[in-house]
Design a protein around this ligand. Structure first.
Ligand code: M6R
Length: 601
């Protein structure tokens, strides 16, 4: 959600910024802009829509040696050029880009800027004018005025500020929103995500909330709120620019679906020791094993992954598990057990809804674990423990490999707890994941078949249902989310038995209903429910495990451990969503209105 790139000390900063913004496109945006200067000539360029529109406006004579750029996902004010960042102060001196939401911007505007009129509707425009007013009225330097503004601003932000009269310095600060400094030889960069500037540097320095950082070509000075200098070591990003290339794939989503078997094997390598045992911090294992209830807190696909892992964790560890939506849990906290343990499932590690729960859990003093794909992300830094998914960057907005990696990670963790508590007698996560990986491989090879299934049943439909029972219901929920977010088909994931209690009224001639069947106990009932909708005109498609499949079932899933069926069952549903979107000519990786990391509540 919004992206920032900036650089100081290198020629053609405009091109470096555009390249960086392109790599941040996955975060979701609807307009973009940049400011560059070479000390003599300044250029402020903005455009609505894609980065290529911005690129087209950058003429050959532009050559900045300092610059800041931004992709905007509209929160305050519609997507438009005037609302695009950078925003300029009314005296024309200051340029500001901002990610996040300033909660008290109305009050700030009334208290400090009552006489001013603004050209747009954004909270950012208020902030840049606030800083300018502190400079003018209190005779403060840029840095001091920025520092003062930070003391009165409430909300989430990552800011990058440039004063045109000092075209050698970028001032940055963050609170809750991600921002990193990248160190170069004779130049320095800033970015919302290391991926954006990996072609410039692999060496990064983290910024903590409420610090103010002064970045010049040769220096990075970090100061805390009290103005004291903070020393912080840099680290090398364990990422390669090739990790974010699409290669021969038309879309990242397809590449990421295909990567899933490899991710299963990678996770096994990362968390298995030389003796075949689980290699996870024992303090974490003991603390979880001693808890009386595990709360999984997450949003979207990560929430669905939590549900898909619930019965696995409960069966192997005998500890009850609750799965909670972050955006609800934080504001309506249920009665907690006496010894709870909290797991935050989050691909990005930046989701604001989940973070607000973690802040409360930390205040309450309960132990927490973040399972995330992004090392150094906010939720990973703020939880007591972190386990990384090692899935490689997930660029497509629709999450695929993070979902299956989260379930696999929980399977490995679960085994360690089950062993510690002696509740696990037979579940061998590493063996079962290797079987699941082979099964997923077989499923990703079914592309042609799934593509023609989509052509036959889903090419023009406006709505669709996925149904299943137990774990199959949880996969149905994820399958429906995938379908609606990238193909705009109104899809519902339904508990198969519940359909006849109302929703069956929506079934019409030709409505596609996809049934997932991987459980011998509930399979016959789901088949019965499919018959009910079929006799009301629905086109039914059955996705069934090979041991439960019938001759005319359309998708046959390889047999895997009964607690891990979601790992294989989800793959054809990801591919179905992909083909519906692709066949309708949509931008599969960047669906409308969505952002990859949702950094506002
Ligand atoms: O980064 P997170 O896992 O915390 O993100 C949670 C959701 O925003 C995310 O899963 C979203 O639902 C995806 N677009 C689903 O594909």
């Amino acid at each position: 959600m919004c992206g920032i790139v900036g650089i100081v000390g290198k020629e053609h900063s405009e091109q470096i910024i555009i390249n960086g913004l392109q790599r941040l496109e996955y975060r979701g945006y609807d307009s973009a802009g940049l400011f560059v200067s070479d000390g003599k000539q300044e250029h402020l360029i903005k455009s609505q829509g894609r980065i290529k529109n911005l690129q087209e406006k950058v003429s050959d004579d532009v050559n900045g040696t300092i610059g800041i750029g931004h992709t905007r996902w509209a929160t305050h004010g519609k997507p438009s050029e005037e609302n695009a960042h950078p925003h300029t102060s009314q005296n024309g001196k200051l340029l500001l880009v901002h990610n996040g939401v300033i909660e008290n911007f109305d009050e700030l505007s009334q208290d400090y800027l009552a006489d001013e009129t603004f050209y747009g509707q954004t909270d950012t425009e208020i902030v840049v004018n606030l800083i300018a007013s502190f400079m003018e009225n209190d005779s403060l330097s840029t840095k001091a005025a920025f520092q003062k503004a930070l003391t009165v601003i409430h909300g989430s932000y990552a800011f990058a500020l440039v004063n045109q009269e000092d075209p050698e310095t970028i001032y940055v600060a963050k609170n809750k929103s991600p921002l990193l400094i990248g160190l170069g030889d004779g130049f320095n960069v800033i970015a919302s995500d290391a991926l954006a500037v990996l072609d410039q540097t692999h060496e990064f320095v983290e910024i903590a909330d409420n610090e103010l950082v002064t970045v010049t070509a040769d220096n990075v000075i970090i100061e805390n709120q009290a103005g004291q200098t903070v020393q912080r070591d840099s680290y090398k990003a364990q990422l390669d620019a090739s990790d974010i290339e699409k290669g021969t794939y038309p879309f990242y989503m397809l590449k990421e679906i295909d990567e899933q078997p490899t991710v299963m094997r990678k996770l096994t390598q990362e968390y298995r020791d030389d003796h075949g045992k689980v290699n996870i911090d024992l303090n974490l294992v003991n603390e979880m094993a001693d808890s009386d209830r595990i709360y999984i807190v997450a949003c979207g696909t990560s929430y669905n992954a939590g549900w898909a892992a619930k019965s696995l964790i409960e069966t192997v560890t005998q500890i009850p598990v609750e799965v909670q939506l972050s955006s609800e849990f934080g504001y309506n906290m249920p009665l907690l057990s006496k010894k709870p343990f909290f797991i935050f499932l989050t691909q990005s590690g930046e989701t604001a809804d989940s973070r607000q729960v973690l802040v409360q859990i930390n205040q309450l003093g309960f132990p927490s674990l973040t399972i995330t794909n992004v090392a150094g992300s906010t939720l990973s830094r703020e939880a007591k423990y972190t386990l990384l998914l090692h899935a490689g960057p997930e660029i497509a907005v629709a999450s695929t490999k993070a979902y299956t990696a989260q379930i696999a990670m929980l399977a490995i963790l679960t085994q360690a707890i089950g062993e510690r508590n002696k509740t696990n007698t037979s579940f061998d996560a590493f063996y079962e994941l290797s079987i699941a990986a082979a099964g997923m491989e077989a499923m990703v090879d079914e592309k042609e078949r799934l593509s023609s299934l989509v052509e036959q049943y889903l090419s023009t439909t406006r709505n669709a249902f996925y149904i299943g029972r137990g774990n199959d219901y949880h996969v149905a929920s994820e399958a429906a989310l995938k379908l609606k977010e990238i193909s705009y088909v109104q899809a519902e994931g339904f508990a198969a038995g519940e359909l006849k209690h109302g929703t069956i009224a929506l079934i019409e001639e030709g409505t596609p209903v996809l049934g997932i069947i991987t459980d011998a106990k509930t399979g016959p009932h789901t088949r019965g429910n499919l018959k009910e909708v079929e006799s009301r005109g629905a086109n039914t498609i059955v996705i069934a495990s090979e041991d439960l499949a019938r001759e005319d079932d359309q998708v046959i899933l390889p047999k895997v451990h009964p607690l891990l069926t979601s790992l294989v069952a989800v793959v054809p549903t990801q591919l179905i969503a992909y083909y519906v979107s692709m066949q309708r000519g949509y931008d599969v990786d960047k669906p409308r209105n969505l952002a990859k990391s949702v950094t506002v509540e």
